[in-house]
Each structure stands twice: as C-alpha cells, then as structure tokens.
Write a protein that binds this ligand. Sequence first.
Ligand code: DGY
Length: 330
Amino acid sequence: MQSAPQALARVYVTRRVPPDGLRILRQSGQVQFELWDSDDPVPRKELLKRVEGVEGLLCVLTEKIDSEVLEAAGPNLKVVSTMSVGYDHLSLPELKKRGIRVGYTPDVLTDAVAELTVALLLATSRRLIEAVEEAKTGGWGTWRTMWLCGYELNQSTVGIMGLGRIGVAIAERLKPFGVKRFIYTDVAPRTELASKIQAEYVTMDELARESDFLAVCCALTPETQGICNHSLFSKMKKTAVFINTSRGPVVNQEDLYEALSSGQIAAAGLDVTTPEPLPPDHPLFKLKNCVILPHIASASYTTRNSMSALAANNLLAGLKGEPMPKELKL
Ligand code: DGY
C-alpha cells in the first residue's frame, strides 16, 4: 500500500531574498512558501496576518519577531530563520519559551563586512567623500600643503570593541597597512581569536585612550546598548577615528554628534544608525567629518546569496528536526 504524501510545511518569507535561497526552498520539495515579494518590509499588519498557522518563518533584520508575531503565528511555528548574523530583532526569551528553533547566518558574511569596514575606515580617515565633493563642486584650487589631510594607519593603534570573527577579519586586512598594535575589549579575553592577530586585551578606558582607530564590532545586547557615549568619546584622542559597522543603538548619537562637532574626536564612519534609514535632515549628515552608509556591510552579490542560501538551509533542517547548519543556541 502506498503511504499518503506528506503535506508540505507552510512557510512565510518576509522579503524578496536573493535567488539562491528561494531556489533552495523551491527545490526542496519540503515546503510551500508564501513570499512578501518586495524590497520593502512587509507592513506589520500584513505580517501578523500572513504568519498565521505557519511552521517556518524566514525573515530579515527589519522584522521584529516578538511575542505579538509569535502569538499570531500560533503553535505550529517550529523554526525562525533570519538572514542575518545579528539577531537583536528577535525576542529570544519568547522564542525559547515556545521551543522555537532559531537559525542565523554567521561566517558567510565575515569577509564582506570586514572589507566594507576597511573601506569605510579609509574613506573616513582619508576624507574621501569630502574630497570627491570638493573636486566636483569647484573647491579644487591649486595643490595645497595641508588641504584635506587625514590620518594614516601606518604605525597606528587599532582598537576593536567586541572581538569576534569579524573583528579578526578586519585586523587581518588592516595589518598590511602598517598597524603597530591591535587592542580589544570584550566581556572576557578571547585568547584564541586574539592570538591570530596578536591583539592585546585592554580595559574600556585603555581602548578609548589608546586607539587611533576604534572599530565597533560587538553585538547589540542590553549591555552594549549606548556603550559608545560621552564617557567613551571624552577619553578618546582628538585625532581618533571612530567606526561602527555593528548596530546603531550601541552608539549614543547625541553624544557622538557632540564629540564630532566639538572636535573631541576627529571623524566617524557609520554603516549603521538609529533609526534606519536615518532621516536626510539628521544633524549627523551635516557634519563633514561623519561618513554615513546605509547599512551595506554585507552587500556583495556573493555574500547576500550565501546568506539567503544559509537561511533557507537552516529553515529546512530545522523543520525536519535535524541539526541546522547555523543554529543559535537559546
Ligand atoms: C547582519 O547580518 O546582521 C548585518 O547587519 C547585515 O548583513
């Protein structure tokens, strides 16, 4: 006797994710998925309606997956898979309480994020955006001795706030520029990772005081929210360059504005802000010494496809009750 065909698991995908992930879902023969087929976020009301009864949810970082969404989904929901390494948009205690497994996408974006961080650091420290603007708009007069001077990496100290895979990858890329010393902070020393880049564990105070370039690489948690504030900026060198490619809320933006506009620090490069998008009339956009990118650290074709493929594979494995390629331990 033939066994009855298994019903396909219902899945909701909250965004038009890159093709590799969608192909994996389609070809799996395991799920039927509904897609919010847009580059813009699904409206909250729509999300709450669409998740009703699903077994799996594939989301991106703009969707807040909290108790309201989980209630709306109901008891069938087994897996939430986010196409991101960051997971501050997921209510982990609520997911844990309901026994819902969570997949995320570390590793595959490390290189792209590190590369962009280096690009942003150089654009900020060597004033590339200002320079292009001057060249285009008639500010380019004769060659001048001190015009558009910036700060170089050679012989510098680079501080990393939160040493993980990305921090190491940034340091590896910066080393050939002649960096003299890498220092880092974290909740505890990360000896194995640090040994790859000969980085020294220091206190937050030392990080602030000694860094010529300070790159924020930590995850957003209740402990790191607002950690880059007046207290930190006021201890930094006046020549220091501050770079954030982690999450906007780790920075107190009013304090950063103050530090940049008063000359407390030299410059900042931000790939992440609060809110996102940052309104075009935001005071930070008015500062020449602040370079702001629209959260593009992982935005290479290869990486975004790898992220969507990993998110799809996490989802499928989770739905089958198998180990996920990258599961977040709750
Ligand atoms: C992430 O994955 O969390 C990044 O911020 C976007 O790629």
